[in-house]
Design a protein around this ligand. Structure first.
Ligand code: GLY
Length: 379
């Protein structure tokens, strides 16, 4: 991580995602949003820009982005979609593509994905297919998007068969993560994003997990601790993506807690009143640690330590914490079997030998998962 001075007024932590000729920077800090015009002008001289955003984020930050673009003399247009997961659909993708083309955007122009994970995934996918690929910058405005979905190039939409089953690996040319915009998130959204921050400690950074145990309140509150947590998370993700960009092996570590978590999201039919993604990941990470103990990869203390931390943060840790849960093992197993982590019928899980010692476990017996879930649904 190297400091980068812009305008001589601030030092932004900058992380490089090192992918050869597709390398890019992640610039992190309070106020980085206002540098967007300058950064577009530097990276893509003489280009125009199209902002793709949603109605919530557009109302909050659209004018600031447009003012920054105008300050640098950049012509721009805005495409606004409805906020929420249903916008990750073929029909919204068609709307976005149509509006970007109608706005006259050419191959040398740049798309700015201004929003949370839904916008990043949808707009990043659109950028990858419009005119066979136009440039794009991720401008993530949720904690979850800043530490996970905006980095690493996964883009896509949902279909009737499941989430993220149609999409592209499409790396952005820059990520601008303004940590001050997180101030407008609800407490619930902040905590849900925090689950993905904690995930990096659990994967392979035990010292970061310990730091989070001591500093989580400051991270949630904002300021330098938050920027440090976002930067450490982005550095961790950049390292994983560099090692395995296309998820042939070790990138799957980023799915820690996600197979169980996705099954819980599916079981509530993606009803965000009952469970949002990060909450599913929090419960899923606990289940992954408990299942690892049951499979004798570690003792029970790793899951106990994780539960203690997530409870202090205010995240759910048990399936029973999901309001109105009446799930069956069959229902959860069906969702697990449809997960993308299934290879020729064998289940792949991210398991652990302890805090910060996760590993990819292939060929996990279906029967072991079933028995474990039976236990968890009755206790
Ligand atoms: N969110 C998991 C990944 O980017 O691979």
């Amino acid at each position: 991580m190297a400091p980068r001075a812009l305008d001589g007024s601030a030092d932004w932590p900058t992380i490089q995602v090192d992918l050869g000729d597709r390398s890019y920077d992640i610039e992190i800090g309070d106020g980085v949003l206002d540098t967007i015009g300058q950064r577009v002008a530097e990276l893509f001289p003489h280009s125009r820009a199209v902002i793709v955003t949603d109605d919530n984020v557009g109302a909050l930050y659209g004018n600031r982005v447009r003012a920054s673009l105008e300050g640098s003399g950049i012509e721009h247009a805005t495409v606004c979609v409805a906020a929420g997961e249903p916008s990750k659909s073929f029909s919204t993708l068609e709307d976005v593509v149509t509006q970007v083309l109608d706005a006259g955007m050419e191959r040398g122009d740049v798309l700015l994905a201004l929003g949370g994970g839904v916008i990043g995934d949808l707009a990043g996918f659109a950028a990858g297919i419009i005119r066979r690929g136009i440039k794009f910058i991720q401008v993530p405005t949720s904690l979850l998007a800043q530490v996970d979905s905006s980095v690493g190039g996964k883009t896509g939409i949902n279909t009737a068969q499941g989430k993220n089953l149609v999409g592209l690996f499409n790396q952005p040319q820059l990520v601008l993560a303004d940590t001050s915009v997180l101030d407008t998130l609800t407490d619930r959204e902040m905590r849900a994003g925090y689950a993905e921050v904690a995930k990096y400690g659990l994967i392979d950074r035990p010292e970061f997990f310990t730091w989070l145990e001591d500093n989580f309140e400051a991270v949630l509150a904002g300021g330098s601790a938050r920027a440090q947590a976002v930067a450490t998370s982005c550095q961790a993700k950049a390292n994983v993506v560099k090692a395995d960009e296309l998820e042939q092996g070790s990138r799957a570590l980023l799915n820690l807690g996600h197979t169980f978590g996705h099954s819980l999201e599916a079981a509530v039919s993606y009803d965000s009143q009952r469970l949002v993604h990060g909450e599913g990941v929090a419960i899923g990470m606990v289940l992954a640690h408990e299942f690892s103990a049951r499979m004798n990869h570690c003792g029970p203390e790793a899951a106990e330590r994780l539960v203690a931390h997530l409870e202090k943060v205010g995240l759910p840790t048990r399936i029973q914490d999901i309001p109105g849960q009446d799930f069956t093992v069959k229902q959860l197993m069906t969702a697990i079997a449809q997960d993308k982590k299934v290879e020729r019928g064998a289940l792949t899980f991210i398991l652990t030998r302890g805090i910060g010692e996760s590993f990819v476990a292939k060929d996990v017996p279906d029967s072991a998962v079933r028995e474990f879930l039976e236990l968890k649904l009755t206790h």
